[in-house]
Design a protein around this ligand. Structure first.
Ligand code: S3P
Length: 447
């Protein structure tokens, strides 16, 4: 492994990119982050041993793994990509002896809140600077209605969850589409007396529902309401985690923006509540081909090919947003190179992610010479033929860092992306894989 592509174990680091290059070859990307979190959490609540393969060893998923160990769950993670979770069953978690550290991971904090809401003890969840600024009231409110009590810093971490057993069943309309909030309520619903129902203003990723079914839990549906019956045991199962489409997206866009480039990514999850990035790229005129694989587990998978060509601007509407929420930063890079204007609307949620992703993308694209008009819930971008170069701030946000690294493929001057350490929260090995694919990327100590 080249030292030029390994993130140092401590301290800030930057990505240095020489302009140009392309994206070529066949590759795999690491396991899906959302599914890896859920496999650990549901495996921990089940009866029996769940074996997880394709597990994502990212900082975020390891935060969930360590939190569950602190809650007394036996987890064997001796082999890369493979985890065995000895389910603790409904009543088997124990009070933690110390704070549960979620690092940068909103999924860990929100989904664990749902699990802890139904436990007969108190536990404290904390996170890094970014996570402490992210809204937690959206889980505190419904879980409080179910009977849990929360102490928080005005709706922010650190959160102390005083669990209640059994919880009260709830019927709840989510004010924003959020798979994390929906999942927190469903996880609490498993520990409630009666049926708990949720409804979202738009469809969000359904990995929790699919995995609950794989573990033998009946997921109830009534129109666009979704429910679970409490106090039914989950049965352990083997879970195979597909490649993460959100990670694959960096290379799909990388190929799509470079005429002559071609990439094939194998074994990627193409859950229809997550695959908006593919349709949006196709709407821009990109040559994206999806070759579905035989479905073996709860999640559909495919090999995906992307070929470079010319792109045109598009409207990304509020209905598109939840289906491509994590891919929007790199999609904005594609729109910034596309012919004509593009507009993103209804994406205010992006301001509440690991960074304010609308502000971070607008600032970086402007530095690269792109005319951007920023709105409270989106932006208008006028496509340019190619980017300039310069110093871009990732704002400590993994997806912004990787989106800007991809942008360097069409830069005319070197690009320095500041503060890239958090790439390891979702995509460990990104720098090595990117170099192998054709990006001229080096990791350097921050100056
Ligand atoms: C996730 C849901 C999304 C997404 C996040 C992972 C999940 O967040 O942005 O990266 O695993 O449930 P929201 O549910 O808050 O939109």
């Amino acid at each position: 492994m080249s030292s030029a592509t390994v993130l140092p174990s401590a301290g800030r680091c930057d990505f240095l990119l020489q302009p140009g290059g392309g994206v070529h070859g066949r590759m795999r990307v690491p396991g899906d982050k959302s599914i890896s979190h859920r496999a650990l959490l549901l495996g921990a609540l089940a009866e029996g041993t769940s074996r997880i393969s394709g597990f994502l060893e990212s900082q975020d998923c390891l935060a969930t793994l360590n939190a569950l160990r602190t809650l007394g769950v036996q987890i064997d993670h001796a082999q890369t990509g493979h985890v065995r979770v000895q389910g603790a069953g409904a009543g088997g978690l124990r009070a933690p002896l110390h704070t549960l550290h979620c690092g940068n991971s909103g999924t860990s904090m929100r989904l664990l809140s749902g699990v802890l809401a139904g436990q007969p003890f108190a536990a404290t969840l904390d996170g890094d600077h970014s996570l402490r600024h992210r809204p937690m009231q959206r889980v505190i409110e419904p879980l409080t209605r179910m009977g849990a009590r929360f102490e928080s810093a005005a709706g922010h971490a650190p959160l102390t969850v005083h669990g209640c057993r059994p919880l009260r069943a709830l019927r709840y309309r989510l004010p924003v589409a959020s798979a994390q909030v929906k999942s927190a309520i469903l996880l609490a619903g498993l520990q409630a007396a009666g049926e708990t129902w949720v409804q979202e203003p738009a469809v969000s990723r359904d990995h929790t529902e699919r995995m609950l079914q794989a573990l033998g839990c009946r997921v109830l549906r009534d129109g666009d309401w979704l429910g679970v019956t409490g106090q039914n045991a989950l049965q352990a199962t083997d879970i195979s985690v597909p490649g993460d489409l959100s990670s694959a997206a960096f290379f799909l866009v990388g190929a799509a923006i470079c005429p002559g480039a071609h990439v094939a990514i194998e074994g990627v999850g193409i859950n229809p509540t997550r695959d908006g990035v593919l349709r949006l790229l196709q709407r821009m005129g990109a040559d994206i081909r999806v070759h579905p694989l035989t479905q073996t587990g709860a999640e559909p998978t495919a090999d995906i090919e992307a070929q470079g060509g010319s792109l045109h601007g598009i409207e990304i509407t509020p209905a598109d947003v939840p289906l491509a929420i994590d891919e929007l930063p790199v999609l904005l890079v594609a729109t910034a190179l596309a012919r004509g204007q593009s507009r993103l609307q209804g994406a205010a949620e992006l301001r509440l992610k690991e960074s304010d992703r609308l502000a971070a993308m607008a600032a970086g694209l402007r530095t690269l010479g792109v005319p951007v008009e920023l709105f409270p819930d989106g932006m208008q971008i006028t496509g340019v033929g190619q980017f300039g170069g310069g110093e871009l701030d990732s704002c400590g946000d993994h997806r912004i860092a990787m989106a800007f690294a991809v942008a360097a493929l069409r830069a005319t001057r070197p690009v320095r992306v500041r503060d890239c350490r958090n790439v390891d929260t979702s995509f460990p090995g990104f720098a090595q894989i990117a170099r192998k694919a054709g990006l001229d990327l080096r990791v350097a100590e921050a100056t």
